[in-house]
Design a protein around this ligand. Structure first.
Ligand code: CP
Length: 320
């Protein structure tokens, strides 16, 4: 595997899930695969889970790991071609990327949406430059539009906890004080559409996800109706994707606290499990009692980030 960005990059999803289960049983079984190989993890943005779980995954596979926080200690990077670099940015990404490629065998990159330009964000301008110029396999550790390591971990978790062959899974928008990217809901929708689940998306009007991710999923604007009979509730905030009104891209259109997932919402479900990628704003996205309930899967979900990253790095090492 040369790039990990979309669900299709894993090939047969059933096989990938079986591989994840086998890795989870013995996560050190491929130690020889990563011997004398180096993973470079580049962070343009903050992280707790991705940083730790991906380092742990690389160590599971016997790899060496280098972590670079671009905004803390590295030169400030220019990303646009043609710019006269007379400002505070000392190095261009077009030199920095191939240099980074010299020191490693695989590269993971985290870079959030800028919200400045929908077209640039949705064309994955930064990540595509890493794919083009690094000369190394590149895996997305959350980009402007996708978070595939999270979605893979989410699917592994649903597979582990499902009580019926084809569970009802609901992705629900929830309020947040700040504008957040659409990467998590985009990937979650993409991966649920590829999985054997009954998938429903619910959000206020104006928050429609990009068609290339939401596909043919059922969209229900009545949150309570969407929750009825659900087996899994996946809560997440996202800012306006700008699908119907491009001028609203990245804006917070609603802070309606009626969308916060609370006990009344969970009561209409089929005793659903609660999921969220974390970090989560308590009593904005979800109430204390729901996230602390026995139905909350937020910790097992985070734990599975190590498993999804181990499978992805293993696949990359196998094709070096
Ligand atoms: N879920 C997730 O990606 O968490 P971090 O932002 O802490 O890495």
């Amino acid at each position: 595997m040369k790039v990990f960005q979309n669900v299709e990059d894993l090939g047969d999803l059933k096989l990938a899930l079986e591989e994840a289960a086998a890795v989870k049983k013995d996560r050190f079984q491929y130690q020889a695969l990563g011997r004398n190989k180096t993973a470079l993890l580049i962070f343009f943005n903050n992280s707790l889970r991705t940083r730790l779980s991906t380092q742990k995954a690389a160590m599971n596979l016997g790899m060496n790991v280098i972590v670079l926080d671009v905004n803390q200690g590295a030169w400030k990077l220019e990303t646009e071609r043609g710019v006269i670099m007379d400002g505070d940015k000392s190095e261009h990404l077009l030199e920095a990327i191939p240099v980074m490629g010299c020191y490693c065998d695989v590269i993971g990159v985290r870079s959030f949406a800028t919200f400045e330009n929908r077209k640039d964000d949705y064309e994955e301008k930064i990540l595509n430059q890493f794919i083009k110029y690094s000369g190394r396999p590149v895996f997305f550790m959350e980009s402007a539009t996708v978070h595939p390591l999270q979605a893979f971990a989410d699917l592994i978790t649903i597979e582990e906890y499902k009580r019926t062959q084809r569970p009802k899974v609901v992705l629900s928008w929830a309020p947040h004080p700040k504008a957040l990217p659409q990467a998590v809901p985009n990937s979650f929708a993409q991966w649920m559409n590829a999985a054997d689940v009954d998938f429903v998306v619910t959000h206020p009007e104006g928050y429609e996800l990009d068609p290339k991710f939401v596909g043919n999923a059922r969209v229900e604007y009545d949150q309570m109706k969407a929750f009825e009979g659900a087996d899994f509730i996946y809560a997440k905030n996202w800012s306006c994707p700008g699908v119907t009104r491009p001028e609203d891209y990245g804006k917070v259109l609603s802070k309606d606290m009626g969308w916060t997932v609370d006990a009344a919402h969970m009561a209409v479900t089929n005793n659903a499990y609660f999921m969220h990628c974390l970090p989560v704003r308590r009593n904005m996205i979800v109430t204390d009692d729901v996230i602390e309930s026995p139905q909350s899967l937020v910790i097992p979900e985070a734990a599975n980030r190590e498993i999804s990253a181990t499978v992805v790095l293993k696949r990359m090492l196998e094709t070096l």
